[in-house]
Design a protein around this ligand. Structure first.
Ligand SMILES: [Zn+2]
Length: 199
C-alpha cells in the first residue's frame, strides 16, 4: 500500500502485526508526526514518555521498541535512514501554538490532522498523545537547555517501523510554517509531502 500525504495533511493507516511501515520525506526536512493506536482498543496508544524509561534515551533510535501507555510493545524501529534526526519530546502542534506565535485565524496542525484522520476511522480522539516526531532536529544541552536547530534531513530520508500489534497509525506532515525564533522545525520553504508505504 502506497500513500502520499499532501503537505500540511495527515492520514490514518491500518498496519497489521508483522507489517512494515516506511515513512519518507522525498524533499527532505519535513517533520513527520507519528502516532500509533492499538487497532482493537484505541485507548491504548504509543507513548513516547513511557518509552524513554525502557530505551534510556529521549530520542528514538534504530532497534528501539516503542511501548504503549500500558507498557506493552507496539512498534519496533527497524531501520533509520535519517541519521538519527528525530525527536519525541515536542508536543504535537495545535491551534493554540500557532496563536502563541502570533498567527491570526485558523491554522492547520498535527493535532487537528490526528483528530480528523481518526474520526475517518470511526474514533473520536480526546487526548493528543505525545508523538514521535521523525525528521525533527532537537537537542538537549548538559544544563537541560532545549534547542531546535535548522532541519538538516536530506531528501529521500526515511524510517521503517514494524508493527508488533495490529495498529492504526497516523502520520502528519507537520504544517509548521511560521518564522518563529528558535523553531525551525521544517525547511524554510514550507511544509512538503510525505510518502508512506506498508508492506
Ligand atoms: Zn505539527
Amino acid at each position: 500500500m502506497n500513500i502520499l500525504i499532501p503537505p500540511r495533511e495527515g492520514r490514518a493507516v491500518r498496519v497489521l502485526k508483522g507489517q512494515i511501515m516506511r515513512i519518507a520525506t522525498p524533499k527532505g526536512a519535513q517533520a513527520a508526526d507519528y502516532f500509533a493506536f492499538n487497532a482493537e482498543s484505541p485507548a491504548e496508544w504509543l507513548s513516547a514518555n513511557h518509552t524513554w524509561v525502557t530505551t534510556f534515551n529521549v530520542k528514538p533510535r534504530e532497534g528501539d521498541i516503542f511501548i504503549s501507555r500500558f507498557r506493552r510493545p507496539m512498534v519496533k524501529f527497524l531501520c533509520d535512514g535519517a541519521e538519527g534526526v528525530h525527536d519525541m519530546m515536542i508536543a504535537a502542534c495545535d491551534q493554540f501554538r500557532y496563536e502563541y506565535f502570533g498567527h491570526k485565524g485558523p491554522h492547520a496542525s498535527c493535532s487537528e490532522n490526528l483528530c480528523v484522520a481518526m474520526r475517518r476511522e470511526g474514533y473520536q480522539i480526546d487526548v493528543i498523545p505525545q508523538p514521535v516526531n521523525f525528521f525533527t532536529k532537537t537537542t538537549v544541552e548538559a544544563d537541560g537547555t532545549f534547542i531546535s536547530p535548522p532541519n538538516p534531513v536530506k531528501p529521500g530520508a526515511f524510517v521503517e517501523l514494524e508493527a508488533l500489534l495490529d495498529l492504526i497509525c497516523v502520520v502528519s506532515s507537520c504544517p509548521f510554517d511560521l518564522k518563529a525564533e528558535g523553531w525551525a522545525i521544517n525547511a524554510g520553504d514550507g511544509p512538503t509531502e510525505l510518502e508512506v508505504v506498508v508492506t
